[in-house]
Design a protein around this ligand. Structure first.
Ligand code: ADP
Ligand code: MG
Length: 332
């Protein structure tokens, strides 16, 4: 939105052009490279129009990424940032077991960013949109006097009553995760310490900048009735599991030696004398799924996963299999 009424807001006095392209040219470019599915009215009108589907529920989530807080503009490349902006949002749809419907992208662009930079950002956004089949249905574009701010809203759907919530864990459930955890924190360690980037380091950085939302995995898990609570790991298991515990009024035991850690992270931690379990439990931005499942249902799960613990009565989170050094984990 650009306000052109001088009595209404200050943007009248600010040149809103970004790079060489103006706002409308940029929107036009975005519109021409992101087409909406046939039955949906996407970019180009005052609102997107999405038909309701009987028997389904709509999932909606918004996340902001702020320069200096969520990413360092000097280090991230625009393609990665475009990818990640969509990925972290669709991870929330995956966490509910939802199927993506579409996304909305609002950004405030500092004038220092070139048209080429924005084009590459959109390329990354488009690559992940194509891979997972979610159209970009609208958004907003403004200039920023200072930093880059990106806000993505995502829509998804599940069959009525099928979404998996944080309050659904039951005592006796097994606690499971998809993939490996701690890689993203490892990648961030490479970046922050400006380590030499060989194969392992690059792999870890890609896990940090190009995370994969576990959309098909989440959808498949909702097919199994015994899969109860689910969420995505954005702040580390140690922190995220507490959300499930609090919402479900349960406790948990985690066997720290069962936590799945990639060979790349193991090697990296050995080389640099880092605590891999600390990265795996306290590091964020893995965007893997954390879920609880009844023991009878667990062997029906075809999605690759690792059992790392059990839901218990009470409110405590207990770490098993750790030596005394890990007591401190409880404070995270
Ligand atoms: P309005 O002033 O009515 O909000 P805009 O000029 O902001 O309209 O937007 C025109 C159209 O372009 C709308 O359909 C809007 O959703 C879409 N749009 C604007 N910015 C973006 C963007 N960054 N990404 C995708 N669609 C966008
Ligand atoms: Mg607008």
């Amino acid at each position: 939105m650009v306000c052109r009424d001088a009595t209404c807001c200050v943007s009248t006095y600010i040149n809103v052009s970004m790079g060489k392209l103006g706002e409308f040219e940029l929107i036009q470019q975005i519109r021409s490279s992101f087409s909406a599915p046939e039955n949906i009215q996407g970019i180009g009108d005052d609102c997107a129009v999405i038909p309701q589907q009987e028997g389904y529920e709509t999932l909606v989530s918004t996340d902001m990424l702020m320069e200096g807080v969520h990413f360092l503009i000097e280090d991230v490349n625009p393609y990665q940032l475009g990818w990640k902006s969509a990925a972290v949002n669709f991870s929330d749809i995956a966490a509910m077991g939802g199927e993506p419907v579409g996304s909305f992208l609002a950004f405030s662009l500092p004038k220092t960013l070139s048209d080429e930079w924005v084009a590459q950002f959109m390329e990354g956004y488009q690559a992940i949109s194509k891979q997972f089949g979610f159209p970009l249905l609208g958004g907003d574009t403004t200039s920023s006097l200072d930093r880059l701010c990106i806000c993505v809203t995502v829509l998804g759907k599940t069959k009525k009553g099928q979404s998996r919530k944080r309050n659904m864990a039951q005592v006796g459930d097994l606690i499971c995760v998809t993939g490996t955890v701690g890689d993203s924190a490892g990648g961030l360690d490479v970046i922050l310490n400006k380590r030499e980037r060989q194969e392992d380091e690059q792999w870890l950085i890609n896990r940090h900048y190009l995370p994969t939302p576990r959309i098909p995995e989440g959808m498949e898990l909702t097919q199994i009735e015994g899969v109860h609570a689910m969420m995505d790991i954005s702040d580390g298991i140690g922190s995220d599991l507490r959300h499930i515990m609090k919402e479900s009024n349960v406790g948990a035991i985690i066997n720290i030696t069962k936590i799945p850690i990639s060979k790349q992270l193991r090697r990296y931690c050995e080389t640099h004398n880092l605590d891999k379990y600390k990265l795996a439990t306290c590091g964020g931005e893995d965007y893997e799924l954390l879920f609880t499942v009844s023991p009878e249902s667990e062997n029906h799960i075809t999605v690759p996963h690792t059992i790392i613990g059990t839901i218990t009565e009470g409110y405590e989170l207990t770490w098993e299999g750790s030596d005394n050094d890990y007591v401190g984990f409880r404070h995270f």
